[in-house]
Design a protein around this ligand. Structure first.
Ligand SMILES: Cc1ncc(COP(=O)(O)O)c(C=O)c1O
Ligand SMILES: CC(=O)OC[C@H](N)C(=O)O
Length: 327
């Protein structure tokens, strides 16, 4: 496939990387799919494409229409690119505690950005609910609704999962990843389990998210908090519902930050916090399985989105994380 169809044609088919330092440390093959190489810079380009294609196919989105979404940023970035390419207006509702780099990029891409105060999901002014109301009020608008629109997990069932299977030639023992909407884990897990039920599916969770306790003991209980963005949730979304999950591991901020800096210094990979959670969890799973196994995860987005936070020594010091980063 030498010529690709613009932005959309560049989404997916990302390379699967072997991480030598972590593989040597565990005696396992630690593999990570380089989702930060998607054209919008994150794994969320895949969901954005499927959500828009699905709305067009179902006749819900017309030329000149509007796409509204509540997002931590990455889904919005994917949507803003596609909206520009297809002539749609794009309105992004985003909690105002997300990284300023994401808000700036969204504006540059032509999205109308509406920062809102962060509120828990049960609050009617939670950013997802504001986005839903806004879309309902605007003529010609759709709500992308990434959390409960299962076109999201379908993207990963039809693309990410088959890519992992093909690139490993079906030889993998575990797939591990963190969840925001749950679309990635849900789609990949369903696909891989459909090929081989022995592949272990493990949810990686930051502190402040309720899914670790949900997987481990069936209770949606969250403890602590996290500096990570775009992952962690207190509810089971329609995308996550029914996912075959074998286990969960919890990764705290010091372990996440230490891994982000390890990836930077030892592997030359400049990625965001959710990639740190994923790789720290993959190492935990590799240790549980023992040497000789193969564990696959994702590198979700680029470190540049967090330049003023995760890669800013003063910010890290303020959060008590400078030691973990070694800065
Ligand atoms: C940086 C980052 N990592 C991981 C994820 C998780 O992806 P998913 O929504 O498929 O669970 C997201 C968004 O959700 C994200 O923004
Ligand atoms: C907070 C959250 O789960 O965000 C979802 C997704 N990562 C996004 O970029 O919108």
């Amino acid at each position: 496939m030498a010529i690709r169809e613009g932005f959309i044609g560049t989404i997916g088919n990302t390379p699967l990387l072997r991480l030598d330092s972590l593989s040597a440390e565990t005696g396992c093959d630690i593999l990570a799919k380089a989702e930060f190489l998607n054209p919008g810079g994150s794994v969320k380009d895949r969901a954005a494409r499927y959500i828009i294609d699905d709305a067009e196919r179902e006749g819900r989105l017309f030329p000149g229409g509007t796409v509204v979404e509540g997002t931590a940023g990455n889904t919005g970035i994917g949507l803003a690119h596609i909206c520009a390419a297809r002539g749609y207006r794009c309105i992004i509702v985003i909690p105002d505690n997300q990284s300023p780099e994401k808000l700036d990029l969204l504006r540059t891409l032509g999205a109308e950005v509406r920062p809102v105060p962060p509120k828990p999901y049960k609050d009617p002014d939670n950013y997802q609910k504001i986005a839903g109301r806004l879309a309902a009020e605007l003529p010609g608008a759709i709500w992308a609704n990434q959390f409960d629109n299962i076109a999201n997990r379908q993207a990963h069932f039809e693309t990410t999962g088959p890519e992992v299977w093909a690139d490993t030639e079906g030889r993998l023992d575990a797939f591990v990843c963190a969840t925001g909407t749950g679309g990635t884990l849900a789609g990949v897990a369903r696909y891989l389990k459909g090929r081989d039920t022995k592949i272990r599916i493990v949810l990686a969770d930051p502190m402040g998210s309720a899914l670790y306790n949900w997987v481990r003991r069936g209770e949606l209980v969250a403890e602590g908090n996290s500096i990570t963005e775009g992952i962690g949730t207190t509810r089971v979304t329609a995308n996550l519902e029914g996912t075959p999950i074998d286990d969960a591991v919890q990764v705290d901020d010091p372990a996440c930050v230490a891994m982000v800096y390890h990836l930077l210094r030892e592997e030359g990979l400049f990625v965001g916090g959710s990639s740190g959670i994923n790789l720290a969890a993959a190492v935990q799973v590799a240790r549980q399985l023992g040497p000789g196994h193969r564990v696959v995860t994702l590198l979700c987005d680029r470190g540049g989105l967090y330049a003023g936070r995760l890669f800013n020594p003063a910010w890290l010091a303020e959060k008590g994380l400078a030691g973990a980063a070694g800065v």
